[in-house]
Design a protein around this ligand. Structure first.
Ligand code: TXA
Ligand code: MG
Length: 361
């Protein structure tokens, strides 16, 4: 079904001290059940007033997202959570006080006033207090929680700049607030605190190691299933909706090479040459340490940062995938990174981008 087109306004906003006039304009749109795209420290969010189903509905239409994939509700103070969640454990409160505002989403028992559209009918709700001044300012000016998924079309790479959002959602949203590039670059960590053992459903901007300091019993994310969903996978699909690999199809086929640095480079170069002989143009997503090996290979290179610097690599990962897509390469060959710290989220997003096409080397 064709979406009716709207005029999209792109307004620059000061990322550290957002102009009140711009925030008031954006909040007025949200109050009128319209969508507003805003920057967060992780990725850009596609926001709607969370307690107004008519507004939330527009998120799904603009993204072409299935209703079975629930949304994260963004708040600006700990008091805001009382209206969204029932039964908050002392442990959950400690986690909030330690990691909020910041890139951590908590899954908690939902209050009945949270629209079913937001939770996809689950009895839990995902809540996060972002640290980006524009996100916080917008929620405060509205005076109500904001539901926001990443501001990309469903199944595409999350946006870390207003230009990425424009490429996906121009004509589908009335306002994009441009606050520059998102600092973290991967989405928030989703931590399920609604059951006995706190469990990571999606690795993200807060590392497993950081969570373990406060929650020694925290469960790491489950290994992804590559199989098509069947009855055996139904429970997993319900527990972490939107997290199965099958939900992500890259626009350009991509492969993840996994092994020691020297073996990865060797295997990538061989595959690169093989494809070039077939007349394909190839993009490579690599580390600083790989540059010398690929410099004269004829591939389009996107250099993410040092293999030791997960923070930098995470912040550039989505821009790298989008840049190579835009160059128009036929295939993207990606290298794997160490899994410590933000490395766990990097690997997760590379697996998603490659649809699980992992090449051990
Ligand atoms: O960093 C982020 O989290 C960004 C920014 C905008 O805050 N948001 C984001 O939203 O990544 P989205 O919709 O792209 O991913 C949210 C995921 C959903 O796909 C779903 O898997 C999970 O959160 N989720 C939401 N509610 C849930 C619930 N009640 N139980 C389990 N998972 C839930
Ligand atoms: Mg998303």
């Amino acid at each position: 079904m064709a979406m009716p087109t709207v005029q999209t306004e792109i307004l620059p906003i000061n990322a550290s001290q957002p102009e009140e006039r711009v925030l008031a304009h954006a909040a007025a749109l949200l109050r009128a059940c319209e969508l507003v795209v805003f920057p967060t420290e992780t990725v850009y969010g596609l926001g709607a007033a969370a307690l107004q189903p008519a507004a939330v509905e527009k998120i799904f239409a603009a993204k072409e997202r299935p209703y079975s994939d629930p949304l994260i509700v963004h708040i600006a103070s700990e008091a805001d959570i009382e209206h969204l969640v029932c039964d908050i454990s002392e442990q959950a409160r400690q986690v909030m006080r330690h990691f909020w505002p910041g890139p951590l989403t908590l899954v908690l028992p939902a209050h009945s006033r949270v629209p079913r559209l937001v939770t996809s009918g689950l009895d839990t709700v995902a809540v996060r207090m972002p640290s980006h001044p524009v996100a916080l300012g917008l929620i405060r000016t509205l005076g109500a929680p904001v539901a926001a998924p990443s501001a990309n079309r469903f199944m595409h790479v999350s946006p870390t700049t207003a230009q990425h959002v424009e490429a996906d959602l121009k004509g589908r949203v009335p306002l994009i607030l441009d606050g520059g590039a998102s600092a973290v670059g991967v989405e928030s960590t989703i931590l399920d605190m609604s059951s006995e053992l706190p469990t990571i459903l999606r690795p993200g901007g807060v590392s497993l190691e950081a969570l373990r300091v406060l929650l020694p019993q925290v469960q790491p994310p489950r290994a992804r299933s590559l199989a098509t969903p069947d009855l055996a996978h139904e429970t997993e699909a319900q527990k972490s909706p939107g997290q199965m690999l099958i939900h992500y199809a890259p626009r350009v086929p991509a492969f993840l090479f996994d092994g020691l640095s020297m073996s990865m480079r060797h295997a990538m170069l061989l595959e690169l040459q093989r494809r070039q002989r077939q007349g394909e143009t190839v993009g490579v997503l690599i580390a600083d340490e790989d540059v010398a090996y690929f410099q004269s290979s004829g591939a389009s290179m996107y250099v993410l940062g040092s293999e030791e610097d997960a923070t930098k690599v995470a912040s550039r990962l989505f821009a790298g995938l989008r840049t190579l897509e835009d160059v128009g390469v036929d295939v993207i060959l990606c290298r794997a990174f160490p899994e410590t710290g933000l490395g766990l989220a990097i690997r997760d997003r590379l697996l998603k981008a490659t649809g699980g096409k992992l090449i051990p080397c």
